[in-house]
Design a protein around this ligand. Structure first.
Ligand code: HEC
Length: 96
């Protein structure tokens, strides 16, 4: 929950004049945090821990690449649908 609030803060700070991409990413990630609570948290309480088994695969990649990899994973694991998976991936990619 605290993470979600931090993301909302980042979102507000991204306001006027900011480049479009970071703001879009922040919006996606905030949506992803809510999606995590809905689709994943009942089995994986701690979003930071859920990525531990994947660090060997993800830690060497740029955030955008991590998001692509994670979207693919989420689409095949209790998928919240195409849009939900993209938001979730943006959220999770920012946690590493
Ligand atoms: C019904 C319970 C359940 C839900 C809901 C669920 N998971 Fe899992 N998840 C598991 C179990 C059990 C495992 C370990 C076995 C496996 O790899 O399938 C796992 C494994 C994982 C792993 C580690 C994969 C690996 O290679 O070791 C990740 C990452 C993960 N889940 C992310 C998510 C995300 C993100 C969501 C939300 C979209 C989610 N899970 C929803 C039960 C769940």
């Amino acid at each position: 929950m605290r993470r979600g609030l931090a993301l909302m803060g980042a979102l507000l700070c991204a306001g006027a004049g900011a480049a479009e991409t970071p703001a879009t990413q922040a919006v996606l990630a905030a949506r992803g945090a809510a999606g995590y609570a809905r689709s994943c948290a009942r089995c994986h309480r701690d979003p930071a821990k859920v990525l531990e088994p994947l660090t060997w695969e993800l830690s060497g990649r740029a955030p955008e690449e991590r998001a692509i990899w994670l979207k693919d994973f989420v689409l095949n694991h209790h998928s919240p649908g195409e849009e939900g998976a993209e938001a979730l991936a943006a959220y999770l990619a920012g946690l590493l």
